[in-house]
Design a protein. Sequence first.
Length: 437
Amino acid sequence: MQRQQSEALFEEAKRYFPGGVNSPVRAFRSVGGTPLFFEKGDGCHVWDADGQRYIDFCCSWGPLILGHNHAKVREAIVDAVGLGTSFGAPTRKENELAKLILENNRYIEMIRFVSSGTEAVMSAIRLARGVTGRPLVIKFEGCYHGHVDALLVKAGSGLSTFGISSSAGIPEAVANDTIVVPLNDRRALEVAISDYAHDIAAVIIEPIPANNGLLLQTKEYLEFLRDITRRHGILLIFDEVISGFRVGFSGAAGYYDIRPDIITYGKIIGGGMPVGAYGASRDIMRHIAPEGDVYQAGTLSGNPVAMAAGRAQLTECLQPDFYQDQAQRTEAFVGRLNRFAVAQQIPFKVFSIGSIFWFAFTAKEAIRSSDEIDPKSMEHFRALHKVLLERGIYLGPSGYEVGFVSSAHTEAVLSEAAGLIEAALAAVFNRSAEGVA
Ligand code: PLP
């Protein structure tokens, strides 16, 4: 595999950016080696600066549910650019995207567009505090909600504890406004709520936790969250930056049929452009300025080019059977890999939901909380990632990250990818390539 161009670009980038990147995971520190610099993407493929092609399962960390360079999205972007890139004033395009979303998602009645998932979550937390007049937030260990100060916290020791900041630069006072509890642990949440019920504004969860492995929760557990928060006047926030428009048009709320109080979106909603959003009932949303007293604003919020991209992409997602087809192709791919691992007695299992999958190196049937992940298993991911790059498959460069299947990943491509992954697993675990397609 050629790496000269990527290596030269990375050396140059290190002079400009901390660690040579504009977002940490891109630096390849978890898998080692030089990050690939990409030149081009088309469908389910990407090309690096050395001209090599890869089947892409990162899909820009989720936004590209139609794959790269989808004709309808590209045309919508080009048309919008021709009319002006930003006005800082309302445009018809904001109405069009909002209408499309609200008419097809019965879990929210109003929406506000922002420019990233982080901004959506930050604003949702402020809204929850504004509505309830309470200061504290409960989050779950193993859920990521962007780099919002109050949520960049990890658990201390104990069942439910005030957060310890997981980044320098976050004052203790800010971390102390967040209580961290383990996922899938009813007792921990009950304890936190009984201790602080009247001070808790919100419980925030990724209903499909997909930032620390894929820690699928049961529907019963999510219903428990809905019930306990409702009983105590606490707002339930579903952070659907990944799951929104991914496991169905109405995201995890629709998948589990649970109505949270506030939902945050990002990634897919912008068609590959920088967009985030948060939505809720009319009653809750009227607290936002200028209607209410919760301030939130943005120079580029509702940007017309981004709105056009989002609308084009979401229109495709609304085609009949779009999500069923995504899930079926993903299940076939995942099922084949799991059967291979069993046959070869490799401690490897792919967990999946809809078109999200996660490669886990485990014999466990289910993994529902972050402490069930063996950190040592990441060594296997590191080895697999390296072999897969050599064989033309690009996964996000961390074993804790999930992969995504787009509509451009056809059955044929997924079958090709499965064969390459089986061969790579056989190489990493020293098995014979018998049964490898
Ligand atoms: N929330 C979740 C669940 C995410 O996965 C992410 C990013 O991966 C964010 C929030 C932050 O979004 P962004 O990176 O657009 O700021």
